[in-house]
Design a protein. Structure first.
Length: 377
């Protein structure tokens, strides 16, 4: 018994020693984004890397590389699967060529059954969305990856045009940069679409290869330089009313991390989603002001018939895809079920955003309630 006690004590000392040695070991993950370093989408990646380092007390680091550093932008998913890189910061809509279900992992085009960004994030966190994403990438696509949501980049603007548009008929035949399944919807609506990475859009516009383009809106579009080519910017859009980017990890790399490091990554991804999103909304407001006042951009409302037609066309395409793609239907039904609960409840409990906004900041230059009250003093 005495020997057994000594053995236990020795084992405890060894475990403590090994544990202490492990705690001091620094793990560095080599990861690449789909975005160039100049964009705020990449800043979300940087924010994530900084939070991972701080939360882990420097024991886990992310080498956050911009697009093209190791592989081309649209090859980061396969590169992560093959362990060419340890992980990637991207957007599932780029993978619809593998399986159209991928677009639903962004929240999906169309109205997302009425859900806004926080509702869609709720579906991912509390409605089985993250679990469905793991099943999709690991079992349906047979990819050796772990998937997490991280990047809220919506609602997005309808896009930039070389000339004004007044209705659905105006953009038929125009050649536009679109991506994901939104491109398929717009094609069905009469638009000619081409897909290209963000960094290629402005050169294509300058050469006259395209007549219009969608990227994100606000500060992203300002940084990309759309205002140097076109002056007609329309918002909102229904193609990415809710759109969420991803951070993915090679499965073997993920399993090699300690449970603590795994939880740190999850927490940092959630923090990146919420804290960065709040900052991004302010950046968008500043960008809209600059686009109008400094660059002479006309920011206009998207004609309603275009938005309604997009929703109807997307619903038709989604129904068609559901008939031939069981997993697409499984994810779409999950979103619908979650939305059927939260959307009507939120509509009932939440005032329309425009209600108080129009009181304080009415559109069209009219004085709001506060302005009127101040004027009487």
């Amino acid at each position: 018994m005495r020997h057994f006690g000594k053995a236990l004590a020795a084992a405890a000392v060894l475990a403590a020693t090994c544990g202490g040695a492990y705690a001091q070991q620094t793990v560095t993950l080599k990861m690449q984004a789909t975005w160039p370093a100049s964009l705020t989408l990449y800043e979300n990646f940087i924010f994530f890397a900084e939070r991972v380092s701080k939360l882990s007390n420097g024991t886990l680091k992310v080498d956050a590389m911009p697009a093209g550093q190791v592989v081309p932008a649209f090859e980061v998913l396969d590169a992560t699967h093959k362990k060419v890189i340890d992980g990637a910061h991207s957007w599932s809509g780029y993978w619809v060529g593998k399986n159209k279900t991928a677009i639903l992992m962004t929240g999906g085009p169309g109205g997302t059954f009425g859900m806004d960004m926080i509702d869609a994030f709720g579906w991912m966190q509390h409605g089985g969305g993250i679990e469905l994403a793991q099943e999709f990438f690991q079992k349906e696509l047979k990819l050796n990856i772990v998937w997490l949501p991280i990047l809220p980049s919506g609602p997005q603007a309808f896009g930039w045009f070389k000339r004004p548009i007044k209705n659905l008929a105006d953009f038929k035949g125009m050649k536009c940069r679109q991506t994901g399944m939104a491109a398929e919807v717009y094609q069905r609506m009469g638009m000619t679409t081409v897909n290209m990475p963000g960094g290629e859009i402005i050169p294509a516009a300058q050469r006259g290869v395209i007549d219009c383009a969608e990227w994100v809106g606000g500060v992203e579009d300002l940084r990309l330089g759309f205002h140097n080519v076109w002056k007609y910017h329309y918002t909102p859009g229904m193609h990415e009313n809710v759109t969420i980017g991803e951070v993915v990890f090679n499965m073997d790399v993920w399993k090699g991390l300690s449970p603590t490091h795994q939880e740190i990554i999850k927490s940092a991804a959630n923090e990146s989603f919420l804290v960065w999103w709040a900052k991004w909304q302010r950046q968008n407001a500043d960008a809209i002001k600059e686009l109008q006042e400094k660059h002479g951009v006309r920011i206009l409302r998207t004609p309603p018939d275009i938005l309604y037609e997009f929703l109807k066309t997307w619903d038709t395409i989604a129904a068609e895809e559901s008939k031939k793609n069981p997993f697409f239907k499984k994810v779409l039904d999950s979103q619908r079920a979650y939305a059927s609960l939260v959307v009507p409840a939120k509509r009932f409990m939440f005032p329309p955003y425009s209600f108080a906004a129009n009181y304080y900041w009415p559109e069209g230059g009219a004085k709001g309630g506060v302005a009127r009250a101040d004027a009487k003093k």
